[in-house]
Design a protein around this ligand. Structure first.
Ligand SMILES: Cc1cc2nc3c(=O)[nH]c(=O)nc-3n(C[C@H](O)[C@H](O)[C@H](O)COP(=O)(O)OP(=O)(O)OC[C@H]3O[C@@H](n4cnc5c(N)ncnc54)[C@H](O)[C@@H]3O)c2cc1C
Length: 376
């Protein structure tokens, strides 16, 4: 029996594991530093305390009780020569390896010390706590660096939380400012212009300040410095301005391209027929375009990779990964959403509720070991 090791049980790793266990009789071993699979797209809801974190989590030990082994551990090295994965407590041999380690914040200058990233469940709970403490004062400035979808969604949900906290603690809302700092000339620069325009309207409606064409270049405790020469006082700085592939990739002797794992059209690491990759840890180019790092792409890649691992072990020809043109779903506060599907836009309440529905659907299906998708 062959041994398949899956590194990471996020969007890509979890779905690949669920599919693989239906396809093969081989041993499957999933390793993650966290005991839980977290529904990352709703982390802003944790910051706003709209949802308890348990509602966004799947206990991996319980899920993988049958047919799959799960180990909660920190992966420290991938040794491709010895075909082993080294964790803090173990060294495990693999016949086929899936790297699904995701990404981490790509801080510049000393933002790592002076800001909080918005990437994990732990980040979200820390932001929620620190944010609430600010309302013991009479005023505060919160700066969110980066007005991509994570920054924009976070700013809007924090604004709603702000209103509640001001009421609860008897503070004036106008004294608590939430600002999005963006180096480009528009918000959501990776998304179509029409989507960005509607989103900007919602963000402004919610009284989030937007500073465009302003690049945060350095920071001190309580301050950020902009390229334009301005200095902004900030009681809380949140980093939403960039991510990079898991650092572990660059520390292993795996093929790299621009800081990410380089894969071929079958999602195999270049030059390694037994190593596959999905999600944010790898770079896939089609027609000169880099495929974006999203949950929706990671879960689609997981389908291909699960099939290809099974084919590799049975020596069958592999399937090519063909990226799809996926819909966009944003939630900018409880009732303002945007659903963009093949140039058609639905906006407002129903789009916001759709995102909530996708979240519940994802958690419910995966908790029951089903790999049924509604977007991701
Ligand atoms: C706040 C936020 C909101 C987002 N919203 C959306 C959205 O609305 N729609 C969308 O499509 N995408 C969204 N994304 C992007 C999406 O979450 C990622 O693209 C997706 O999670 C990538 O899946 P992955 O499997 O590559 O990595 P991940 O889901 O990040 O999983 C990686 C896993 O590897 C584990 N791991 C990493 N390193 C180690 C190690 N050394 N040892 C052990 N375990 C390790 C981690 O614990 C994690 O479980 C959002 C991202 C963020 C941060």
């Amino acid at each position: 029996m062959a041994k398949i090791i899956i590194l990471g049980a996020g969007f890509g790793g979890l779905d690949a594991a669920l599919m693989l266990r239906k396809k093969v009789k081989d041993e499957i071993f999933v390793i993650d530093r966290s005991k839980f699979h977290n529904f990352i797209p709703s982390l802003d809801e944790v910051v706003a305390k709209n949802v308890k974190q348990e509602k966004l989590q799947i206990n991996l030990e319980k899920l993988f009780l049958k047919k799959t082994d799960f180990m909660q551990d920190e992966i420290v090295r991938i040794d491709t020569e010895r075909k082993v994965v080294v964790t803090k407590t173990n060294t495990l041999h693999y016949d086929a390896l899936l790297v699904a380690l995701g990404s981490e914040p790509d801080f510049i200058d000393n933002f790592q010390e002076n800001s909080i990233a918005f990437k994990t469940m732990a980040d979200a709970t820390r932001i929620a706590e620190d944010f609430e403490k600010l309302f013991d004062r009479d005023s505060a400035a919160i700066m969110i660096i980066g007005a991509g979808s994570t920054g924009a969604e976070l700013a809007c949900t924090m604004m709603e939380r702000k209103e509640k906290l001001c009421k609860k603690k008897g503070k004036k809302p106008e004294n608590f400012k939430i600002t999005l700092v963006e180096k480009r000339e528009r918000v959501l620069h990776r998304l179509p212009e029409q989507v960005a325009q509607v989103a900007e309207g919602y963000i402004k409606e919610m009284k989030v300040e937007i500073m465009l064409n302003e690049e945060a270049v350095s920071s001190e405790k309580g301050k950020i410095m902009l390229k334009s020469g301005k200095t902004m006082e900030s009681d809380m700085i949140i980093w939403c301005a960039g991510i990079k592939s898991s650092i572990l990739i660059s520390e292993s002797n795996l093929p790299m391209e621009k800081g990410s794992l380089k894969v071929n059209k079958f999602l195999q690491a270049e030059g390694f027929e037994d190593i596959f990759a999905v999600g944010d840890c790898m770079r896939f180019i089609e027609d000169g375009q880099e495929i974006s790092w999203t949950a929706i792409n990671a879960t689609q890649q997981a389908e291909v990779v699960a099939e290809n691992i099974a084919f590799f072990l049975t020596k069958k020809p592999l399937t090519e990964y063909r990226p799809k043109k996926n819909p966009i779903l944003l939630k900018l506060g409880r009732n303002n959403g945007i659903f963009w599907n093949h140039e058609k836009m639905t906006r407002g309440y129903y789009a916001a509720k759709l995102k909530k529905f996708v979240e519940k659907y994802h958690i419910f299906t995966r908790k029951h070991g089903k790999m049924m998708k509604l977007l991701y």
